[in-house]
Design a protein around this ligand. Structure first.
Ligand code: ATP
Ligand code: MG
Length: 355
């Protein structure tokens, strides 16, 4: 399996190094046949190549089996033509990474919830408010005069249906419940269409229960009754916000993995951003990116029918869980004093005992 690593900005290089350390260890001890290549994107490539996303990198992506993407910065920089492309949005659109799969679960003393949580948010990843920027003069927003601004929210039957299918397939292998999160009471046409497609897909999965919930209620119910959710499916921006909420409720933004999955390729990406406030200090929690990388191994392992990769993903998850159980191995965001490198060393120790 060929993996392209894009370390990104802020804490990206630190958590990518920790993730690679884990993967490289497994690769040599379990003969996984992983091959890595690394390219710079984001602010590092903006300084050197005047673009946050060099074409050379885009050309490499179809030639690899998966991508590990660190958090990247792009805003507050020159507009698109001068190099300020949002790499993560661009990858999602160009490579049609239509489903952003974000598991969040509570772990005994780390979660701030009263009740247990073990859910997956499946977020539509290519349209909504963050859609096809090219279609609308490069931004998806416009100002007809200097005192009014409009944002375009695009919902299509096709994208809604394919993301709903991902959610139902996932729920069928889990607790058999999908919650469709929407705002169809106000956004009658767009979220009405989204709901219509979810209900249509639901007919193909009679064993899976469908619940419908308005997004503001969903935000509250995540806190009040997290244990009743299994898979939540929603449009782009609602999924973006609810998944931050869910991972923070689980203990920290640094805890939840995330996979951008398309038909041909998947991109592992931490749920959080580049955390510039703690960059370079060696204190970032690498759990999110390590678990995202495990999701990527599993995704490719299933497609390529390679049980070694699926087993490696399970081993990574077990080693991360065992590490998190030890208060002495926790990073600062979850109340510990452990550094990024020390955390990944501890994950390695657990992997060695699993061997
Ligand atoms: P960006 O603009 O790239 O999203 P941000 O300033 O919004 O950057 P986030 O990465 O979204 O920062 O993080 C929000 C807060 O959560 C920050 O205070 C950050 O330090 C913290 N945080 C996020 N990820 C981690 C992590 N992996 N480990 C520790 N703290 C984290
Ligand atoms: Mg952020």
């Amino acid at each position: 399996m060929k993996i392209l690593v894009l370390p990104g900005d802020g804490i990206g290089p630190e958590i990518s190094a920790a993730t690679l350390q884990v993967l490289e260890h497994l690769n040599s001890s379990r003969s996984l046949g992983l091959e890595f290549e690394t390219e710079q994107i984001g602010l590092a490539s903006l300084a050197k190549e005047s673009t946050t996303l060099p074409q050379r990198v885009m050309n490499r992506i179809p030639k690899v089996d998966g991508v590990i993407l660190g958090p990247v910065s792009h805003y507050d920089y020159p507009p698109r033509a001068e190099g300020g492309i949002n790499p993560s949005g661009e990858l999602r659109t160009v490579f049609k990474l239509y489903a952003n799969v974000r598991p969040c679960r509570s772990r005994d003393d780390l979660s701030i919830l009263k009740n247990p949580m073990d859910l997956v948010i499946v977020r539509e990843n290519t349209e909504g408010f963050y859609s096809d920027r090219n279609m609308f003069a490069g931004s998806g927003e416009f100002m007809p005069d200097e005192d009014s601004a409009f944002s375009i929210r695009k919902i299509t039957a096709r994208a809604s249906e394919r993301v709903a299918r991902t959610a139902f397939e996932l729920a069928a292998s889990r607790k058999k419940k999908v919650t469709a999160v929407h705002k169809a009471n106000v956004l009658k046409l767009s979220d009405g269409l989204f709901l219509r497609q979810v209900r249509k897909v639901a007919q193909d999965f009679p064993e899976v229960e469908l619940e419908e919930l308005i997004v503001d209620a969903a935000a509250a119910h995540l806190i009040r009754r997290p244990q009743t959710f299994d898979v939540l499916v929603t449009t782009n921006m609602f999924g973006d916000i609810l998944s931050d909420e869910a991972s923070e409720l689980s203990g920290s933004l640094g805890l939840g993995g995330s996979l951008n999955a398309g038909t041909d390729i998947a991109v592992a990406q931490a749920q959080h951003g580049s955390a510039p406030d703690i960059q370079g200090q060696g204190i970032a929690n690498p759990t999110s990116l390590i678990l995202s990388a495990a999701m990527l191994l599993e995704w490719h392992g299933r497609r390529a029918s390679d049980p070694r990769l699926i087993a490696a993903a399970t081993e990574i998850e077990s080693a991360v869980e065992a590490t998190l159980e030890d208060p002495g191995a926790r990073t600062r965001d979850i109340g510990g004093t452990c550094g990024t490198e020390e955390f990944s060393n501890r994950v390695l120790k657990h992997l060695k005992t699993l061997a």
